[in-house]
Design a protein around this ligand. Sequence first.
Ligand SMILES: CC(C)(COP(=O)(O)OP(=O)(O)OC[C@H]1O[C@@H](n2cnc3c(N)ncnc32)[C@H](O)[C@@H]1OP(=O)(O)O)[C@@H](O)C(=O)NCCC(=O)NCCS
Length: 181
Amino acid sequence: MPLEYPNPELRTSRVVLRKWSFDDLACVAEASTDPDIPRGTTVPTEYTDDAGRDWIERQWTRQTTGQGLSLAVAQPDGGKAVGLVYLGLRSPVGHCEIGYWLVPSARGRGLGIEAVRVSSRWVLGESAVYRLYAHVVPDNRASLALLEACGFTREGVLRSFLRYPDADLDVVSYSLLSSDL
Ligand SMILES: CC(C)(COP(=O)(O)OP(=O)(O)OC[C@H]1O[C@@H](n2cnc3c(N)ncnc32)[C@H](O)[C@@H]1OP(=O)(O)O)[C@@H](O)C(=O)NCCC(=O)NCCS
């Protein structure tokens, strides 16, 4: 069953999670300058406005094709986008993978924790998803701490889970279940 955009929008006092818009190109441009974000996502490494618009259109298709939901993490009250939360529906039915990033200028202030906390509670509470999981490379200390702060349980290490041209990487698997809430 596809995920619909949350209505009303998910929000905390400092962030709102909303649909991407072509007004968010500056966020895609900053994300493309980060050494980590383009490596694990489809954010373009060589930013152009055309590539940025293509990326935003792809975010919309996550919902229209039933793959999941890509939400912009934005400042409240029509403010600019500073990051992403992706909820990717997986097999078997009821499993979902969460991915997230913030542009470098928005990090270190707890916004990532807020965005993941509100979106994880929503998807586990308001949809057929009952198992939400994340895979993190072991040296990504901010991401590991974020998941612990959001109540995810560390399950173990999946060896050589990611294959890059230059290396095979282990990942740490974390999950949050609807029954945990
Ligand atoms: C992971 C990411 C979203 C965290 O967002 P953030 O808003 O900067 O993180 P927060 O401020 O919410 O802090 C999350 C936790 O990480 C800790 N943290 C933040 N930066 C850290 C760093 N560089 N090293 C170690 N811990 C760090 C914080 O102290 C906090 O832990 P605490 O609650 O125990 O204090 C952000 O760093 C990012 O976008 N990284 C690049 C993309 C990425 O790695 N995505 C995840 C892929 S699995």
